[in-house]
Design a protein around this ligand. Structure first.
Ligand SMILES: C[S@@+](CC[C@H](N)C(=O)[O-])C[C@H]1O[C@@H](n2cnc3c(N)ncnc32)[C@H](O)[C@@H]1O
Length: 196
C-alpha cells in the first residue's frame, strides 16, 4: 500500500490534482480509528487517495466523484489496492446522487463553495451519533482576508467559505469544532447526542 500511496502522491503533483495534505488525512485516519467509525461517505474522490487512506483503517467507504477521468484513475488505484471490497466509487455529480445508506462519517472535500448544500443534501445519511468533516476551510490562509484578493472568481469563492463559516456559527443543529491542521478542518456532530 505504501508504494501505491507514493505513486498517487507523485501523480497528483504532476497532474495538478488537489489531494488532502498529509497531516490532515493522517488526522482523519486517526479520528476514524479513535471513534470506531465503520462507514464513511466521501464527497470528492479525485484519484482515490483519501478514499484509500480511510479504507485502510478497515472502514467501508462510498465515495462520489463527478469528473470522469479522475474517477477512472481512482478506480484503477482502488483495483490495485488489495482492499477494493471496502470501497464503492460513484461517478456522478453528488447533487444527482440519492443514497439510502447511513454513515458514521461524511467527509466533504469537493466544490469549496458548496459546503452548506452538501450538508443539507447528505445529513439525512448521517447516523445520529455520526460526524461530518469538511476540508479546506482556511483556503490557503485566504479565508478572513477576502477583501485583499484581486481575482474576482477567487474572491467570490473565499467569500462563500466565509459565509459558510458564518452560517455554522448561527445554526444550532450541529456542534462545531475547528481543527487547525492541514488547510483547516471543521468537524460537526449533532447537538444533544454527545458531550459538547
Ligand atoms: C480536493 S479534490 C478531492 C481530493 C480527495 N478527497 C483526496 O484527498 O484524495 C475535490 C474533488 O471533488 C470533485 N467534485 C467537486 N464537486 C463535486 C460534486 N458536486 N460532485 C462530485 N464530485 C465533485 C472534483 O472533481 C475534485 O476531484
Amino acid at each position: 500500500m505504501n508504494d501505491l500511496f507514493k505513486d498517487m502522491e507523485c501523480y497528483a503533483k504532476e497532474a495538478n490534482i488537489p489531494i488532502m495534505l498529509p497531516d490532515a488525512i493522517m488526522y482523519i485516519v486517526n479520528f476514524i480509528k479513535e471513534n470506531n467509525i465503520s462507514s464513511v461517505l466521501e464527497i470528492g474522490t479525485a484519484i482515490g487517495y483519501s478514499t484509500l487512506k480511510m479504507a485502510s483503517t478497515g472502514a467501508s467507504v462510498v465515495s462520489i466523484e463527478r469528473d470522469r477521468e479522475r474517477y477512472s484513475k481512482a478506480l484503477d488505484n482502488v483495483n490495485n489496492s488489495g482492499i477494493k471490497d471496502k470501497i464503492e466509487l460513484i461517478n456522478e455529480d453528488a447533487f444527482n446522487v440519492d443514497l439510502n445508506g447511513m454513515f458514521d462519517l461524511i467527509l466533504i472535500d469537493a466544490a469549496k463553495g458548496k459546503n452548506k448544500e452538501f450538508i443539507d443534501k447528505f445529513k439525512k445519511n448521517l447516523n445520529s451519533d455520526g460526524y461530518i468533516i469538511i476540508d479546506n476551510v482556511d483556503f490557503h490562509g485566504m479565508v478572513g482576508n477576502s477583501r485583499m484578493i484581486k481575482s474576482r472568481n477567487l474572491r467570490s469563492l473565499v467569500r462563500k467559505i466565509e459565509r459558510f463559516l458564518g452560517y455554522l456559527e448561527s445554526q444550532d443543529e450541529f456542534v462545531v469544532r475547528k481543527v487547525d491542521i492541514g488547510d483547516g478542518l471543521i468537524i460537526l456532530y449533532k447537538r444533544g447526542i454527545k458531550d459538547e
